[in-house]
Design a protein around this ligand. Sequence first.
Ligand SMILES: Cc1ncc(COP(=O)(O)O)c(C=O)c1O
Ligand SMILES: N[C@@H](CCCC[NH3+])C(=O)O
Length: 427
Amino acid sequence: MSYFSYQHGALYAEGVPLADIARQFGTPVYVYSKAAFSDHYAAYATACKANGRSERDALVCYSVKSNSNLAVLNLLAGLGSGFDIVSGGELQRVIAAGGDPRKVIFSGVGKSREEMRLALSHDILCFNVESIPELHRLNEVAGEMGRKARVSLRVNPNVDAKTHPYISTGLKENKFGIAFEDSLATYRVAADLKHIEVTGIDCHIGSQLLDDAPLLEALDKVIELIDQLATEGIVLDHLDIGGGIGITYADEKPVAVSDYLNRLFARIDAWRREKHGGAPIKVMFEPGRSISGNAGILLTEVQFLKHGADKNFAIVDAAMNDLMRPAMYEAFHDVRTVAQRGEEAKVYDVVGPVCESGDWLARQRTLAIAQGDLLAIMSAGAYGMTMASNYNTRGRAAEVMVDGDKAHLIRKRETPQELFALESIPR
Ligand SMILES: Cc1ncc(COP(=O)(O)O)c(C=O)c1O
Ligand SMILES: N[C@@H](CCCC[NH3+])C(=O)O
C-alpha cells in the first residue's frame, strides 16, 4: 500500500494533501503516516504468530533511534511493541510515551553508570552488553543498588552484511559487540558475576540489508554458540537477532519481513525440535528502518532556482541539518513534486541553505519545478529527524502525524530562542 500517493495530480499523505500541511504548519516539515507505522509493525507481529493461531514467545523491540518522536513511540507501545534503546535519554522518551520499561532492551557500546542506574531502577528487560569492562561496570552498579542485571551479550558473528560500510556492524573491524571467538570466555566471566543474570544472546550485523542470507548465517552461528553454552550449564532464555531489514529508497527490492521471519522461525523450530525436545526460546527483533523509514517524508519548499552553465540548483528550505543521510552516506532519497505541473523539466541538484558544499539532498534529478513549489523528500521516516542538528542555528523542523484525513502536529518547529536558551555569557 502507498501511504504517500498522487490524487488528481497532487501528492497526499494518506487523505491529506501535502500542500495543506505546508500551508498549516510551514516548511520544512516531517510528515508521517500513522497507517504506515502500524502496518509495518504488524508485518513483524503477524509473522511472529505461529501457524496464524497462537502467539509465539517473541518480542519486537522497535529501535528508538530510527524515529523517536513520542507520538510514534506511543503508537507502537499501544500495538504491543517493546523498545531497543541506546541511551538513558531514549529510555526516558519510552517512559514519557507510555512504553513499558519491562519490554526495553538497552544496546550500545558506551553505557554510563547513570544510564545503567536509570535502566535498573526501571527494571528493564535486558542489557545488551558489548564488552567485558561494561560487564564489570554493570555488575558494580547493580551491586550498589542491591539488584541483579539481566544481561545478554552482543556477539559479533563476523558476517558480511553486504551494506554501506558506515552502517555495517557485524564485522571484526567494527567497534560493536564481542568478537565471536571471545564470546564463550566472556559468557563465563558474566556467569561468575554476582549481580549479573545471564539471560540471552544478541547480534546486530548492520542496517539496510536487502537480503536475509547474512542474517540467517548469523543466526546459525548464534545457535551453535547457544548449544555450546548449554553444555557448560549457561542456559539462555532468549535470542535477539537485531534489526537491519532494508527498505526501498530507489528501486531496491528488500526481502519481505514475513519471508525473512518465516525462514528464521523455521530454522529455530527445527533446531529446538532436534536438540531441545521442542523447548521454546524467546525470539527478539530490533527493527528500526523497516518500520519507520517509509512511514515518513520531508516536505520542503523551493526557495530559488539557479541555472548555471554546468549545473542547475534547486535551493530548498530543508538542509543537511534536517536530513543528514545524503551528506553522511551519499544516501539516495527520491524527490517528488507535490503538485504535478507543466513546467519544463530540467536536471537539478537539490541543495539546502547551509554553508557547506556537502549540503545536498539529491543530485541530478529531473524535475519540472518553479520557485515556491513544494518537494517531498521520500523515505525520510528513519534516521531523519533523529539525526537532525541545529547547525547554522537552524531550528529543527516540525513533525506532523497524518491519520486518515487528519494532520496532527506532533512536534513544533524550534525557535532560535529555544536554541540558545541554555547558553550564558560570563560576566
Ligand atoms: C543494536 C542495533 N539494533 C537495531 C538497530 C536498528 O537497525 P535497522 O534500522 O537497520 O533495523 C540498530 C541500527 O543499525 C542497531 O545498532
Ligand atoms: N543512521 C544510519 C543507520 C545507522 C544505524 C544505527 N546502527 C542510516 O541513516 O542509514
